[in-house]
Design a binder for this molecule. Structure first.
Ligand code: TXA
Ligand code: MG
Length: 319
């Protein structure tokens, strides 16, 4: 059910959940200071309580209010990338409940780069906890219609058009050790590792950056972002029907109806349409989606797209 801004604000202030647009994907929001709303987020998504929520704020000042100490590195990162697709993990203050962080002493916070989201955050009385507005493990929504399909129109949604980034934010945490910032990427996303490097080199910051496959970031579960039809990755090989024949459990009348998920040449363009294409291909008579991994997809700018494709896929065929 679509709602207008004013209605969204009253619903949120009354402890309800509302889906809203961001530049990455649509989020399912609830006020962080209303336990009823936070419970409703988990219930609506059928999300396990061990998976912590990201808190959305309208600016850096609001972010600082919900965390204990703002590392100097985050000042640099937020100056450059906020509003934008970067979630920073920091020690939480008392205003953030254990339900939001799944009992962790830290909280993820970000300022989304979307006019509707920013207006909402400014007008609602508190920051909004918001995971992606899909059922747990499913493909994230990048349009209001995706949210409506996902929850059969039972969830109020603010329509803000198509998400321009198209994959979730980069989740990052950092601590300083002997004057060198240790940066861990917990989830690759809308801000690429290269963009982070470029900034920190420009600012002459000493740092090391690595990917951490952390159970502290359960969005990293192996089976995530799944479309309703099986997805197969073909590496170093073009499509051949016999490669895929084994994938389907076949009955006598089952016919293989494969469709290719074609990736645009450029990584940011690929991210923008990824989830929408996965959804669209899952419809009609297709019963298997395949995507071809090409040599140029190895670049750092492709990290988020391939992270999602690997998690969404049933398996990879290599040659
Ligand atoms: O782009 C996005 O980040 C979207 C939009 C709506 O903002 N939100 C989103 O939320 O993707 P969600 O809940 O689907 O993913 C949040 C990710 C999860 O992988 C979670 O484990 C991780 O962030 N996370 C949240 N708080 C954390 C914490 N304190 N420590 C480590 N990881 C955390
Ligand atoms: Mg999600």
């Amino acid at each position: 059910m679509k709602v207008a801004m004013q209605q969204a604000i009253s619903l949120l202030n009354g402890g309800e959940v509302v889906a809203f647009p961001t530049e990455t994907v649509y989020g399912l929001g609830g006020r962080i200071d209303l336990p009823k709303a936070i419970e409703k987020i988990f219930a609506t998504k059928q999300r396990p309580f061990f998976d912590p929520l990201i808190v959305h704020v309208s600016d850096v000042i609001a972010a600082k209010k919900i965390i204990r100490q703002w590392p100097s590195l985050y000042e640099i990162l937020s100056n450059e990338f906020w509003p934008g697709p970067l979630t920073l993990i920091a020690e939480k203050s008392e205003t953030v409940s254990d339900m939001i962080t799944s009992g962790l002493p830290t909280v993820g916070v970000r300022c989304p780069d979307h006019p509707v989201a920013l207006e909402l955050l400014q007008k609602v009385g508190a920051p909004l906890a918001a995971p992606s507005a899909n059922r747990f493990g499913h493909t994230s929504p990048t349009e209001a219609a995706h949210v409506e399909n996902e929850f059969l129109k039972k969830v109020p949604v603010l329509d803000g058009g198509s998400s321009q980034v198209g994959v979730e934010s980069t989740v990052l945490r950092a601590h300083e050790k002997n004057g060198v910032w240790q940066i861990e990427i917990l989830r690759p996303g809308g801000v690429s590792r290269q963009q982070i490097r470029d900034l920190l080199e420009r600012k002459e910051v000493q740092y090391e950056i690595r990917r951490t496959e952390s159970t502290a970031s359960p969005g990293n579960l192996a089976n995530h972002y799944q479309p309703t039809q099986p997805l197969v990755i073909l590496e170093n090989c073009e499509f051949r029907l016999e490669h895929l024949q084994t994938v389907l459990v076949k009955t006598a009348k089952d016919k293989l109806q494969p469709a290719e998920l074609e990736l645009p040449e450029e990584a940011f363009a690929a991210a923008r349409t990824l989830y929408k294409d996965m959804r669209n291909l899952s419809q009609n008579e297709t019963n298997l989606i395949y995507v071809i991994r090409r040599p140029h997809h190895r670049g750092e700018d492709w990290e988020a797209v391939w992270d999602r494709l690997e998690r969404a896929s049933s398996f990879t065929f290599r040659r």
